[in-house]
Write a protein that binds this ligand. Structure first.
Ligand code: SF4
Length: 406
């Protein structure tokens, strides 16, 4: 047995352990176990610094899960978009392929609780119909292996799947969605990466949510993947009490870059049953994004998305940067709340000259003189007086997020 498998075996998972280790009332612990079982391996457990900290919140069952009756079992309608068992085909050229129900740690916010945990929630026998579907659908060029966590499979089983996928000529890329680099980095062994790299191009999407998860062990795991030519990206979820803070997020994303992991997505938490206590307002996410963009490398700024309830797919959301748009120009704010004008390409030179490129540079949401062009008379000072079409003198610059120290 490999070390990581032993660590899975040594995980906190029983009702008695929940009572003993975390002081959860026995009846509540039984109900929580019934709702969604716990699995906290010794490595992830060792990252907890104090009760209720961001690591604890992600892995220790909480009675608030039982109070949530509003959430959905399958908020993203993955099952409704499943033409055969273990495949979700939502987007035109890619498909999700569920390969196991097991994970190295069971995240309390998991959106796929209905599929994850008990070994029988995903039947390995049913993988055959999934392969057949992928073979038949030549429009699918990108398959995302998920679960559960595909890296919970043994190297032998994982290789069988990869080999079979690589026999499908139209599958250009294979992505492996795995939280193991974060929750049980011991799974990333030299033998595993040597095997995976035979099936390139392979990408790994991993899932760090807090900077405390970046440890010497997880850094080594990500570097091993990167050294094997496997690009690693991160998908984080915005969660109350875990990472709903711009400084925490900036710390997480910049540290990820240092271990060669590209922050890829930041998700609003899904409307999953039992996870309502993790949800934040959309404004909180927008505020965090506003405090990242421009304040740190663009590489450290993920796409902020809502995975639309009902299966609408990922929808990007952005803070309001465009303040006004007409046929001739776009008026925008930058990361410091300064306002600038971009002139449309169709303008003739005279009309273009009448629109200054820089409208106003006063900080914190004020446009300074309120006339929208920075010189008080609608002219750019070179004598041009013709106003472009739909020229709007007064542009109201609303307050956005108060600028923090970063
Ligand atoms: S690793 Fe992924 S699938 Fe597994 S419990 Fe966590 S969020 Fe759910």
């Amino acid at each position: 047995m490999e070390l990581w498998q032993q660590m899975i075996r040594d995980s906190v998972h029983s009702v008695d352990q929940l009572v003993e280790k975390f002081g959860i009332d026995k009846t509540v612990a039984e109900n929580l176990d019934e709702f969604f079982q716990a699995r906290i391996n010794p490595y992830y457990l060792s990252l907890i610094r104090y009760p209720g900290d961001p690591i604890w919140k992600q892995c220790v069952p909480d009675r608030a899960e039982l109070d949530d009756i509003e959430g959905f079992e399958d908020p993203l309608q993955e099952d409704a978009m499943s033409p055969v068992p273990n495949i979700t085909h939502r987007y035109p050229d890619r498909a999700l392929f569920l390969t196991t129900s097991q994970c190295g740690m069971y995240c309390r916010f998991c959106t796929r609780k209905r599929k994850v945990g008990n070994a029988d929630k995903i039947s390995m026998k049913e993988l055959e119909s999934a392969f057949k579907y992928l073979e038949k659908h030549t429009e699918i060029r990108d398959v995302v292996m998920s679960g559960g966590d595909p890296l919970m499979l043994t190297d032998t089983m994982l290789e069988k799947i990869l080999k079979r996928l690589r026999q499908i000529p139209h599958l250009e890329i294979i992505r492996i969605g795995s939280k193991m680099p974060c929750v049980l980095p011991h799974r990333i062994t030299p033998k595993l990466v040597e095997m995976i790299k035979k099936y390139h191009p392979i990408y790994v999407n991993t899932h760090f949510n807090h900077p405390w998860e970046i440890t010497p062990e997880s850094s080594k795991a990500c570097e091993m993947l990167a050294n094997a030519g496997i690009p690693v990206s991160n998908q984080a979820v915005l969660m109350k009490g875990v990472n709903d803070d711009a400084d925490v997020m900036k710390d997480l994303f910049t540290k990820l870059l240092k271990i060669r992991v590209r922050p890829y997505y930041l998700y609003m938490a899904d409307e999953t049953r039992g996870a309502n206590h993790f949800r934040t307002s959309l404004d909180k996410g927008l505020e965090i994004m506003f405090k990242l963009r421009g304040h740190t490398s663009g590489l450290a700024v993920p796409h902020f998305v809502i995975d639309a309830p009902g299966g609408g797919g990922k929808i990007p959301v952005l803070p309001q940067y465009i303040l006004h748009r007409d046929e001739d120009r776009v008026v925008m704010r930058n990361y410091k709340n300064e306002v600038y004008v971009y002139r449309e390409a169709h303008l003739d030179q005279k009309a273009a000259n009448n629109i200054p490129v820089e409208l106003v540079t006063k900080k914190n949401g004020s446009n300074g003189n309120g006339n929208g062009n920075g010189n008080g008379n609608g002219s750019n000072g070179n004598g041009a007086s013709k106003k472009p079409k739909n020229y709007k003198e007064n542009i109201d610059v609303p307050e956005l997020f108060p600028m923090s120290k970063n």
